[in-house]
Design a protein around this ligand. Structure first.
Ligand code: M6R
Length: 577
């Protein structure tokens, strides 16, 4: 995820900003930049690709002694990592600068409107905001930002500064975090607390669409209606290392809790409920290419492979195109049968996994059309494929994949819908309904994080902690989910776990089931509910402890099993399809 730091006060802004950006390095980035107003009317912007050290070295050679500035570490979402795409971005005069986290959903239409008036230099969605603000600028930066925001759809944490104005910087946000740190005769803005903890522990959290005018000795705060408001000051007691994890014990937990946001980001700019339409950029596949495809092969490893199996079910259900999922490490060492009518999709969070990279190169050499579903823009795999869909879940720091898995599923589903839409297999009413369902998913995930639900999950975990083996069962879509559940359990708890298609249990594994092998069955409301229910009875008959993931309100299961984890029902019948 990108990082933002802004400063206004009496110290050298470049030192404070660089120090703050370093504190956000753990979040991952591919380029960085800084703008400093060193004299009224004059600012300097430096941007560098790669490590912050590159920016730091460049700054050492410059005498940038201003006390007001903004800085940014970028994790590419629109446009590859490059100096031109790095933030801060300026307007045409070079006097207005902005840094931005988030995704502007309507940037293409705004760009089309503005490009007759202004020259665009980058591929980013952010640059649109700079031109839009200047388009509204008549000497009052606050008013210009306010007017520009009325036109913007999407998520943003935005900090804006104008060279003619050395009294304040502007900070605003919508669904992306941004905080203000309060000092003595100096104030700070940051996307995350660790960036400013060395200087202050007094924080104001902005609400969505608040606009803050940050002076060195005061903050003027306006809510989305434009009314002046005051906000409580929160005292931060966390250590820097706790703050990096957002107060969570470890990154994996933080990333689990990030899922409502990361899924929202995966959808951002790609779905229009009004039009009943899916948009996917950078696929580079024309309708003739899509019409020509008669087979799909998904290549991936680990968690990405399990996401691929869910993808197979989506693609075959929606498109009726035969789809295989292959381990990259197997595919690359045999003689796979692939031709130019095969679409090969590489799934990889990192975009760097050696087996998947080698497998996609092999697919290219065999003439396939290749596509990446990736998290890291500019990664090795993205440079091999014809087109890419980025999952936009932000850097995944925890080794055990969590939010990348659910964002990948989101993108696989979007791709299946998009493909069917382009081939005119589904109409806008169908798509509209699916978009509406998808938009509900983040809210339903949040319910799993309610205190009662977490208490229940912790209690079940305590019961499982002393077992040595576990079996995960599921059918249909929940079969790959069972595989992924078992992988997470072994990776994190070192308890041996296997995922199995529930219907296969009777063909051997049932021999292992007894009171020492708890069974975690995914038995949500679906077309295979009754089948899984009978499998649960079978394992119960062998004295296994039974834990079930069930649809809320399922009283039948509640009386049958030892423990239940409830999930919410998304649609009236069955699943997303
Ligand atoms: O970056 P990738 O998605 O290509 O990584 C593939 C696997 O190594 C990865 O999914 C791994 O299985 C998970 N991190 C395990 O939680």
């Amino acid at each position: 995820m990108c990082g933002i730091v802004g400063y206004i006060g009496y110290q050298l802004a470049k030192d404070i900003i660089l120090d703050g950006l370093k504190k956000l390095e753990y979040r991952g980035y591919d380029s960085s930049g800084i703008s400093i107003i060193f004299e009224k009317g004059k600012l300097e912007t430096i941007r560098k690709v790669g490590k912050l050290k590159n920016l730091e070295n460049e700054l050492k050679n410059l005498n940038l002694n201003g006390n007001i500035g903004i800085g940014h570490t970028r994790w590419a979402t629109h446009g590859k990592p490059s100096e031109i795409n790095a933030h801060p971005h300026t307007d045409e005069s070079g006097k207005l600068v902005i840094v931005h986290n988030g995704i502007i959903e309507n940037y293409m239409s705004l760009k089309n409107e503005l490009k007759s008036k202004y020259e665009f230099k980058s591929d980013t969605d952010t640059e649109v905001i700079a031109h839009l603000i200047m388009d509204n600028y008549k000497g009052d930066l606050y008013q210009a930002v306010k007017l520009a925001l009325r036109r913007i759809e999407g998520t943003y944490a935005l900090v804006v500064m104008h060279a003619d104005n050395t009294d304040y910087i502007i900070a605003t946000k919508n669904s992306s975090p941004l905080i203000i740190g309060l000092g003595e005769n100096e104030n700070f803005v940051a996307s995350d607390i660790p960036a400013i903890l060395n200087h202050t522990r007094d924080i104001i959290y902005l609400d969505d669409q608040d606009i803050a005018i940050v002076y060195k000795d005061k903050i003027d705060l306006f809510n989305k209606e434009g009314n002046k408001v005051s906000k409580n000051i929160s005292k931060i007691s966390w250590s820097i290392s706790a703050a990096e994890k957002g107060g969570f014990e470890h990154f994996m937990l933080k990333e689990i809790y990030e899922q409502p946001f990361s899924i929202t980001q995966s959808l951002a700019g790609r779905v229009s409920e009004v039009e009943g339409k899916i948009y996917i950029e950078d696929l580079n596949l024309k309708i003739e290419d899509l019409n020509n495809i008669n087979r799909i092969v998904i290549l991936a490893c680990g968690t990405s492979y399990y996401a691929g199996i869910v993808g197979k079910y989506y693609l075959e259900n929606i498109l009726k195109i035969p789809t295989d999922v292959d381990y990259s490490s197997e595919f690359r060492y045999r003689n796979p049968v692939i031709d130019n009518k095969t679409l090969v999709i590489a799934i990889s969070q990192s975009g760097e996994t050696a087996d998947t990279l080698a497998a996609i190169k092999l697919a290219n050499s065999l003439g396939a059309k290749t596509l990446g579903i990736l998290n890291v823009i500019g990664s090795a795999i993205s440079r091999e494929t014809i087109g890419n869909i980025y999952i936009h879940c932000g850097p995944e720091i925890g080794v055990a994949s969590t939010k990348a898995f659910t964002s990948t599923l989101t993108c696989l589903y979007l791709f299946a819908l998009y493909f069917a839409q382009e081939k005119k297999m589904i109409n806008s009413d169908y798509i509209r309904e699916k978009i509406s369902n998808l938009k509900h998913v983040p809210k339903l995930i949040e319910k799993i994080f309610s205190p009662n639900s977490i208490k229940n999950i912790k209690n079940i975990s305590n019961k499982l902690a002393n077992f040595k083996d576990c079996l995960y069962l599921g059918r249909n879509y929940n079969y790959p989910i069972a595989l992924e559940g078992a992988l997470k359990l072994k990776e994190i708890s070192y308890i041996h776990a296997e995922g199995y298609p529930a219907g296969e249990m009777k063909h051997g594994p049932i021999a292992l089931i007894d009171k020492n092998t708890p069974v975690i069955a995914i038995c949500t409301e679906s077309s295979t509910y009754d089948k899984v229910f009978s499998n649960i009875k079978e394992v119960k008959a062998r004295d296994a402890l039974t834990i079930t993931i069930a649809t809320e309100g399922d009283l039948n299961l509640a009386t049958e099993v030892d423990y239940i984890i409830n999930v919410q029902k998304l649609v009236k019948r069955f699943h997303l399809l």
